[in-house]
Ligand binder design. Sequence first.
Ligand SMILES: [Zn+2]
Length: 165
Amino acid sequence: MNVQICELCMKSNVLCSGCDDKLKKGKISEMDVKISRLLYKLKDKYNLQNAGFTKAIDLGRVVLVLTNKDVGLLIGREGKVVAEISQAVGKKVRIAEMSGDIKKTIADIVAPAKILGINKIYRKEGNLYKVRFSRREIKQLPVDINTLEKALKSLLGSEVMIVFE
Ligand SMILES: [Zn+2]
C-alpha cells in the first residue's frame, strides 16, 4: 500500500520523527495520517494491498481523497471503503485520481461540473492555470469557487484561476 506515512506509523498511534517532521512542515495533514491508518486497518478486509493514497483535501462539505492508483480500490465494492473513510473523517468523501494528466485530475475533482478547457499560462512569477467552465456549470460545482481555487492551488503548486464564460 502506497501512503504518505511509513508502515511503522500506520500500525502505531504515534508518529516516528520522520513522519512527525512531515506533519510539522505541512507536507501531510492530520487527516492524511488518519486516513492512512484507517486504510492500513482495512487492508485485509477490503484487499487494499495495491491501493494508493496521495493526499486528502478538505473542501468544506466534502473531503477529496486523491489516489495515484486505482480509484476503484478506495471506493470499494458497493462503496464500502469510501463509506468507512467518510465515517472516520465525519464528512462526505470523494475519491479522485491524481495522475500525470492534470486535466483529468481536475476533471475528477470538479465533477459533476464539466470543464471547457484548461490553459496553462507561463509567467515570470510562476505558472497560472486558468480553468474554464461554461456559466451554466456553476451550479454543478461540488464546492464554492474560492475553496476550489485554494484546493487546486495546493494540489498543483501553482496559482489557479477559475473562470466562467
Ligand atoms: Zn513514520
